[in-house]
Design a protein around this ligand. Structure first.
Ligand code: DP6
Length: 362
């Protein structure tokens, strides 16, 4: 599909006066990382992620036809039952970017009520779950205006819209594994939207676990927008984008053949490479904290002593995602509780696992 395919057609705005829609949309964790983009939210390399199950945003979108027509966006944002003015600029920018594809957004007054299943300011990116949930709500309005759109189109366009809000949000519509970014060897992959992993996934990855250790719940030191920008003219940028695309191909094979040892090596290498990009950008950043490194050392020690397939990955922050197969759940959970939780801020951590994607609640 090309961009023009997402421009809305055959709608009858007068047919829909008001309504309310609720979607629950998950966060995701990248195995092969997206870091570097060009306008409009086009990734420099393809990325692949596990969709999560327990970390999600629930968004209710209430809409009513404007009494007086105008070209402005009329939105009110309520986050966890409080009016949130500071969320508005990001959503207004999102509306500007998607206006061409969902022009009905100027016809309604919107109230966006949203809440996260994970603790606020936990350092877990809520943009992926939040913007995908909002994109899905808007797609429901489109569907009501034009009931003939297919489920596939619905999902692809939801991902397309979500991407324009936050790149990684494109990967939060479906599960359990999603690829976003055009890759010459992955059929139907696209820079414009995420697609469900198009090959069978090995049973070793069934119910794969992701326990998120909240090392530092403070505000992110570098916003992803600034971080992505630092990949322009980065001394290692072009090599990194090439490497990521090669790694994606490798990961695609691993997910099909179930080689957990290779999985562990590749996932950790990607996480460290992401941080290496930040260490070597101008200006440079260290986003890991001392406890991030302590946790990594403990994971390596545990893996060696227990012949385990546990591994870590990181986002652009200090929290550690611990990935491990379901059959190791009991032993690894005991290890986390005994040896790792003390490195978390207020002992906080979240047990999550592979999920199937967003669901409509009402
Ligand atoms: C390190 O999706 O937050 O988590 O497109 O500017 O909203 P924007 O960036 P964002 O970047 C996520 C970067 C990452 C890696 C990843 O999720 O692939």
């Amino acid at each position: 599909m090309i961009e023009e395919d997402f421009i809305i057609r055959n709608t009858n705005i007068d047919s829909l006066k008001n309504g309310s829609i609720t979607w629950q949309s998950p966060s995701n964790i990248a195995l092969i990382k997206y870091w570097g983009k060009s306008e409009p939210q086009i990734p420099k390399n393809a990325s692949i992620s596990f969709t999560l199950n327990n970390c999600y945003t629930t968004t209710t979108l209430e809409f009513s036809k404007k009494k007086v027509a105008s070209n402005d966006y009329s939105i009110e944002v309520i986050f966890e039952n409080e009016v949130k003015g500071d969320f508005k600029p990001k959503i207004l920018q999102f509306f500007e970017r998607i206006d061409r594809y969902v022009p009905f957004i100027t016809d309604y007054d919107f109230v966006i009520k949203t809440e996260n299943s994970f603790p606020h300011s936990s350092g877990i990116a809520s943009s992926a779950s939040g913007l995908s949930a909002l994109a899905l709500c808007l797609m429901n309005i489109e569907k009501q205006l034009n009931p003939s759109i297919s489920d596939d189109y619905f999902n692809l366009k939801a991902s397309f819209l979500a991407r324009l809000g936050s790149g990684s949000a494109a990967r939060s519509i479906e599960g359990e594994v999603v690829i976003w970014g055009k890759h010459s060897e992955v059929v139907s992959s696209s820079d414009l939207y995420g697609i469900k992993f198009p090959y069978p996934i090995h049973s070793n990855f069934k119910n794969y676990n992701d326990t998120i250790l909240l090392v530092d719940k403070g505000k992110k030191q570098v916003s992803s927008t600034i971080g992505h920008d630092l990949m322009h003219n980065h001394p290692f940028g072009e090599n990194r984008f090439r490497q990521a695309n090669n790694n994606l191909l490798h990961m695609s094979k691993i997910l099909q053949n179930g080689d957990l040892k290779a999985f562990v090596q590749l996932v950790e290498s990607e996480a460290l490479t992401l941080h290496a990009m930040m260490l070597t950008s101008n200006p440079y950043f260290i986003l890991m904290k001392p406890n991030t490194l302590k946790i990594i050392e403990k994971i390596w020690e545990y893996r060696k002593n227990n012949d385990s397939n546990i591994c870590f990955t990181l986002d652009a922050g200090s929290n550690v995602h611990i990935l491990f197969p379901e059959r190791e759940n009991e032993k690894v959970s005991a290890f986390i509780l005994k040896d790792l939780v003390s490195y978390c801020q207020n002992n906080q951590y979240i047990c999550d696992k592979l999920g199937i994607g967003a669901t409509q609640i009402y």
